[in-house]
Write a protein of this length. Structure first.
Ligand code: XBP
Ligand code: MG
Length: 241
């Protein structure tokens, strides 16, 4: 019997839990390029363009296709992209150690949801070690399942990472609610059949969020009941079916 009761929240990471693209990933990419002696610098505008592609390795390759095609003509281009990305992850983890704050209301929502008996999970495109670098151990421990990075072959906007997390939770999509920040993320969560709440960021303000159950500037200090309201909006009232 399928329940329409809300049982789990599935969170995106970058842009949703924290504004990491601005404060972490972009400077980390630039530090890795400098370390590799490459004349590349991704400013905020260019980075906004490159965010069309999820996954750091995939984003570097996308940048090369558009702005440095000669780099891809080298025989060891893929190996060099992996090396640059590993350096970038090292720089990102170091930036997290300096402290990247969570977005408003995120910590409270995580703790309130857990205390209310909801199961929590992560579905992200980012590299796994970036999550443990961003979240304090007691917050990371709230998440029952973490689907990240190369866990699945096809990254967002493909639904793969959300389908993987649903399988790990052993729940149908209709028992869950996804929280995302980007059009790619929304396409991924909707592709997995998940009702989705959007919290916009400056990088995603102009994205098309058609199909979201709510589009918010941030989670703010909204109490948990709102999430049940959005879930019942998406799936109908909390009746057993
Ligand atoms: C955001 C992404 C990631 C990060 C960079 O992931 O697309 O690629 O921008 O992290 P999400 P990596 O919004 O799904 O959390 O370099 O580790 O990929
Ligand atoms: Mg995101």
């Amino acid at each position: 019997m399928l329940s329409s009761m809300l049982e789990a929240l599935i969170f995106d990471v970058d842009g949703t839990l924290a504004d990491t693209e601005r404060d972490g990933h972009r400077p980390a990419f630039n530090a890795a390029f400098a370390e590799a002696g490459l004349p590349w610098h991704w400013d905020a505008r260019l980075y906004g363009e490159l965010l069309e592609v999820t996954g750091g390795k995939e984003r570097i390759r996308f940048f090369c296709e558009r702005h440095a095609p000669e780099f891809l003509r080298q025989g060891d281009a893929e190996a060099r992209i992996r090396e640059i990305h590993a350096a970038k992850t090292r720089h990102y983890v170091a930036l997290c150690a300096e402290g990247i704050p969570l977005r408003p209301g995120v910590e409270r929502l995580l703790r309130e949801a857990k205390a209310a008996g909801l199961r929590l999970a992560i579905a992200t495109t980012t590299t796994p070690e970036n999550i443990s670098a961003l979240l304090a151990p007691d917050l990371l421990a709230l998440f029952e399942k973490v689907g990240a990075g190369d866990t699945v072959p096809n990254k967002k906007p493909a639904p793969d990472i959300y389908l993987w997390v649903l399988a790990q939770l052993g729940l149908p999509a209709r028992a869950c609610l996804a929280i995302e920040d980007s059009a790619n993320g929304l396409r991924a969560s909707r592709g997995a059949g998940l009702a989705t709440v959007i919290t916009r960021t400056p990088y995603t303000d102009d994205h098309d969020f058609s199909g979201a159950v709510a589009i918010l500037p941030e989670l703010g200090e909204v109490g948990l009941p709102q999430l049940r309201h959005w879930h019942s909006l998406a799936y109908g009232s909390d009746k057993k079916v």
